[in-house]
Write a protein that binds this ligand. Sequence first.
Ligand code: FAD
Length: 294
Amino acid sequence: MTRPEAQLLIVGAGPAGCLAAVTAASVGMTSLLIDPAPIPGGSLWQIGHLANWPGFSDGPSYARVLGAHLAGLDGHCSYVQAQVTTIEATEDLVRATLADGSSVAGEALIVATGVHTAKSTEVSWITCTEAFPPITGASPVDLGACTVVLGGDRPLGTWLRTHPNADRKLTVCYPERDGYKVEEVRSDERVQLLPVRAVSVTGTGPYTVDILRADGGQDTVEADSVLTNIGTVPTALPGLAVGEDGFCPPAAQHPRVVTAGDLTARDGQRVSTAAGDGADAALTLYSRFRRQAV
Ligand SMILES: Cc1cc2nc3c(=O)[nH]c(=O)nc-3n(C[C@H](O)[C@H](O)[C@H](O)COP(=O)(O)OP(=O)(O)OC[C@H]3O[C@@H](n4cnc5c(N)ncnc54)[C@H](O)[C@@H]3O)c2cc1C
């Protein structure tokens, strides 16, 4: 029989995973906090200005406080720097398989792997064989005369404001549900906005972009460059129950598994909701599996 390495396995060390570990320790549970990053904090490290988490004006300063707190949990939490590839839950235990092929076991599992920037190859409305580079970081001088942008997410507006003198024309293809996001760039003469149902990209540069417009019409654009601006998708691990929208709601999981933070739903993605979710996940699993045992 497999011996659990810790009572609780926590995958992902953003605010949700960190608060899960802190809360688990507060009720006497031991945890392994697993994340490929060398230090905890997750997306907090990317938040240059934080206005909605009292006490902290940026993400990194909160990440540092969390890291110091976790290090002081008196042996209740061990940080494991590793990528989890799959998870599995049985009647008796949970198991996380790591990228090196080894695995760790526990009594219960919290998955808080957040969201990641979507590649053009992983969304259903785009057909292509190449993962095109994101608009963030694209230099105007590297773009050809005709550039197609796949997706209408907010970095488009940031790019246009960052490069006010770039004279490149951008054809922006976006699903109708993202219409509200492109409003801020509608008056910029450098963009042509095209709500679409589907886009297919072929060629290796120049590219042929076949567009099925939202109104049912069809267009073909010959593009010198293609960039992505699709936003984020949930980082769902194999072994989790996944909804139609790709997110992993806690109620759909095995009784030994609770999901937390950005991974769970499109709405409410905030530091505060992630932290609360993580704490709640730890107490839920404590109630289910430990309270009777202590
Ligand atoms: C640029 C930016 C600015 C933001 N600004 C704000 C803001 O001002 N206010 C606000 O409230 N929110 C803001 N957010 C959102 C906020 O950062 C998130 O809501 C919050 O961090 C979500 O926490 P989480 O723990 O669910 O996920 P994350 O913080 O994303 O952490 C997920 C962790 O899971 C790990 N992971 C992923 N896959 C695996 C795997 N296979 N195995 C092991 N570990 C894995 C990742 O390495 C990461 O450390 C911002 C986000 C970004 C990107």
